[in-house]
Design a binder for this molecule. Sequence first.
Ligand SMILES: Nc1ncnc2c1ncn2[C@@H]1O[C@H](COP(=O)(O)OP(=O)(O)OP(=O)(O)O)[C@@H](O)[C@H]1O
Ligand SMILES: [Mg+2]
Length: 338
Amino acid sequence: MIVLGIESSCDETACGIVDGDGRVLANELYSQIPEHAPFGGVVPEVAARAHLEKVGPIVRAALDKAGIALPDVDVVAYTRGPGLMGPVLVGASFARGLAAALGKPAAGINHLEGHIAAARLSHPDLEPPFLALTVSGGHTQIDRALPGFRFETLGQTRDDAAGEAFDKCGKLLGLGYPAGPYVSREAKNGDRSAFRFPRALRGVDTLDFSFSGLKSAVLRLVESRPAEELLARRADVCAGLEEAIVDMLTERALQAGQATGIKTLAVCGGVSANPRLREKLPAELEKRGMKALFPDLRYCTDNGAMIAGAALFRLKSQCLVFEHLPVSPGLELGEFLQ
Ligand SMILES: Nc1ncnc2c1ncn2[C@@H]1O[C@H](COP(=O)(O)OP(=O)(O)OP(=O)(O)O)[C@@H](O)[C@H]1O
Ligand SMILES: [Mg+2]
């Protein structure tokens, strides 16, 4: 069994290939960060055009890396959403066209299930019951895994996502795009208690999250202090900010464990690459007899292997919805992949 997965929901054009045992044979990626950096955020039309240009070469590169010929592909999986409309349409159209030309089924995958699949690619024993904390640029939610690689959402953010909080606060502090990794780099040299930022919904009986207060708090700080002071103390501000986000995520993870009695938590999405989260959350969970599993760093942010993986895990549980498309005899596949 060979599953090829195409990811194009935001600013990464990616293709991954997994075999029937969940082994990743290729995970090729083109990051559009340099294209969007001058704008300080993703420009949907720029993203869609870049996907159009790169999707063919990236699929070709993944096939070459895996040593797989196109006819050996059994399923073409792709991100069907959530994501930016233009970018999703480019990947979906390419994937469905490829599947039709090969006479193989296509399968649309939920991008967030893809992020959770990334944790299982790194931890093949990850089976229900487990909780999944998905912390990415556009989403923050906690789900309970059901049989068949399906999920029930127990709580989600009421406003910004955790990654968005890192990015927007980092931008206010003059850091690069996307700001999450820059904040965590600065935070390493900072004092985590020098600046105290709010922990929203603390002690409230909910599994929801809220991060928009952080943005306001950082904005107030930036407006109230001289620029030189902020620059000099940027490491401390970043450390305080990171600590607040990590604390809020950790508190919800503990509450979810208590509410469900489930002891295993998979943490996934781009923010799961954060070193402080990878250090503090497992330590706190361990005190309550819980365990946290993180994907390998290369599978935290968007990638194609996670989409192929989600399709494979659903397929194995007979929960994958195939889209059988008409075959077009005589179509020159070479043209697709130039
Ligand atoms: N070390 C880090 N610390 C904090 N945040 C990080 C780190 N590395 C990446 N991020 C954040 O991860 C986010 C990107 O993750 P990801 O690619 O999963 O999100 P997305 O695909 O844009 O959003 P979604 O998956 O919700 O559609 C960005 O907000 C980025 O700042
Ligand atoms: Mg993502």
